[in-house]
Design a protein around this ligand. Sequence first.
Ligand SMILES: [Zn+2]
Length: 368
Amino acid sequence: MRDDPRLDEAKAIPIENIAGMLDIPGLKRAGNEVTGPCPVCGGVDRFSISPRKNLFNCRQCGGGDGIKLVELVQGCDFRAALAFLCGEAAAPVSPEEQRRRVRRAEEARQKSEEEARRYREKAIHAAKKIWAEAAGGTLNHVLHYLDRRAIRIDGLPLCLRDIDRHKYYQINGREAVHVHTGPCMVAAIQRPDGRLSAVHQTWLDPAQPNGKARIVAADGRVLDAKKVRGSKKGGAIRLTGALKSDVLVMGEGIETTLSAMVADTYPGAMYWAGIDLGNMSGRMRPVDGRRWSGLPDMTDKEAFYPPPWVKRLIFIQDGDSNPTMTRAKLESGLRRAMALNAGLVAQIVHPGKGVDLNDILMGVADAG
Ligand SMILES: [Zn+2]
């Protein structure tokens, strides 16, 4: 068993991923380590995982590598732990062949990580350039647009800027085709550490009923007036500034989230836009063939999670063509937040079937 070829494969799995596969609840990052209640003895102050050393330790239950962690949590033996991590033993492969496979997989992983990192850095650089350019804007375009959407606020959020003449490029494979130039609302997307990692752009046109530009490609297709540049994963558009509450309300879009803020649904709360459902949800774990399980894949380290000051997290469910999927994604995000932040209270609010919060607010404003 100890020379089972799956052993190398199992040892190559980062222990953080194994913790994710085991679904250990309540783990939080603390410096170089990940800590939380021990999944076996329940002790709250003694369990930790070191991704750097690829080891775990409980001061009561003991410690070891990822395979040992599976044995401990599943209460199983080495053989079963290996099967959990790598599947049942396959047809015998020579040790040299196995080593070659592990090395090839590792090389491929490093190469794709390096490429992804370079691409991300370029995109973040481009986002910072757009944000800097938007510093020269008058904010008049933003004010007119929000007014059109019946969102009337005193003092615009600092995360919103505008550009008078901003170019829109349609991306066709590797080629960027310039299809439109016009006023654009630019929103800062900030990472958990507060750094700008992307911008959210909404091209505007006061002549259109919804205030957004109608952008048409050369082939006649109408393109989305909204575009993100940079690396949005894990980020948020922080519509409220200085921290003054431990309640965080999050909708997908800027308009929905601002509408909730203007309606003062949760007085004094912080309001952040989560950009899109995928970002709010993070990766989901398929269960029994169900794709929309509502259960978070905790190995997704780039998904959004609320900062530690959040004690109550409220996701706004928009009107959507696929409510089952939407609901599952929101639940996945909330469960992830609860797993990473012990004691967090989470809830979903939705203003009604087929309408988003902004629709309701506009209705009220128009009637009054
Ligand atoms: Zn323990």
